[in-house]
Design a binder for this molecule. Structure first.
Ligand code: XBP
Ligand code: MG
Length: 250
């Protein structure tokens, strides 16, 4: 065990992999199948991601959509279920983990740290994703979707993770890719390492203890944009994560 770090709490979409592009494609296919005159391009989707959760995102979009038919909560739920079926089909074509994710998960597991997944996405998407990426059975705890009444940036999912793991915030580190995720973890009192991705690189992360382009692999280091060793290129290993946690506690 390195220092006092006892668990890593991982976000899924954008952090483990760039799955938001797969979600976007699945939303668009579901809209087309249901005859809705809607297409979410990357720029629009970037702004729609401010609302976390697929059902919530559809409902928020429809509020401002000129020419869209009003949908009942039941119709939105049906559309969202279909979107998740399409997400599973698209994921079957393959998805890559972001650099350093697999390496760090196994380093942490080997060192006896507990691994939790704290994600806004639906549980069925989590299980398909873990099966496709060979990560089934890796996480000790999986918290997903409507397991909490309010999604990120509300801290509920991280508070529940800490409760289930019986840990204090300083004994864990959250890994996130977005401002909503960062705020959820920060509001739960956790130190946070952010690896911004395709849809979040434009965001600011002032509450994060560290911001890296990605976690890095030997021969392909990540760049530290903020936090300990700012400006350096490195492979984020457990010793570095402990340094990040140390910054939080000082
Ligand atoms: C992820 C999300 C999710 C996905 C869609 O946020 O916001 O809503 O976009 O998932 P985070 P569902 O990475 O912060 O957890 O359609 O299954 O809700
Ligand atoms: Mg995310």
């Amino acid at each position: 065990m390195v220092g006092k770090l006892r668990a890593l709490l991982w976000d899924l979409d954008g952090t483990l992999a760039e799955t938001e592009e797969v979600h976007r494609a699945a939303f668009n296919r579901a809209f087309a199948e249901m005859g809705l005159p809607v297409f979410w391009d990357q720029d629009l989707y970037r702004s729609l991601l401010e609302t976390t959760g697929g059902k919530e995102r559809i409902a928020r979009f429809l509020q401002d959509c000129q020419g869209c038919p009003p949908l009942s909560p039941e119709e939105i739920a049906r559309l969202h279920r279909r979107k998740n079926e399409l997400f599973a089909e698209l994921l079957a074509q393959g998805v890559d983990l972001r650099p350093g994710v697999f390496r760090l998960l196994w380093e942490a597991k080997g060192a006896g740290l507990r691994l939790a997944l704290a994600t806004t996405t639906s549980p069925e998407n989590v299980h398909v994703f873990l099966a496709r990426t060979g990560l089934e059975g890796v996480f000790d705890l999986i918290l997903a979707g409507d397991v909490v009444p309010r999604k990120k940036p509300d801290p509920a999912i991280y508070l529940l993770a800490l409760k289930r793991l019986e840990l204090r915030p300083g004994e864990a580190l959250a890994l996130e890719d977005s401002r909503n995720g960062l705020l959820a973890a920060f509001r739960a009192g956790l130190p946070v390492l952010v690896t911004p991705g395709l849809y979040t690189a434009h965001q600011g992360f002032p509450e994060a203890q560290a911001v890296l382009t990605h976690l890095g692999e030997p021969g392909r280091p990540g760049q530290v944009l903020q936090g300990p060793r700012q400006g350096q290129a490195l492979v984020a290993d457990l010793a570095y994560l402990e340094e990040v946690r140390g910054w939080w506690s000082t």
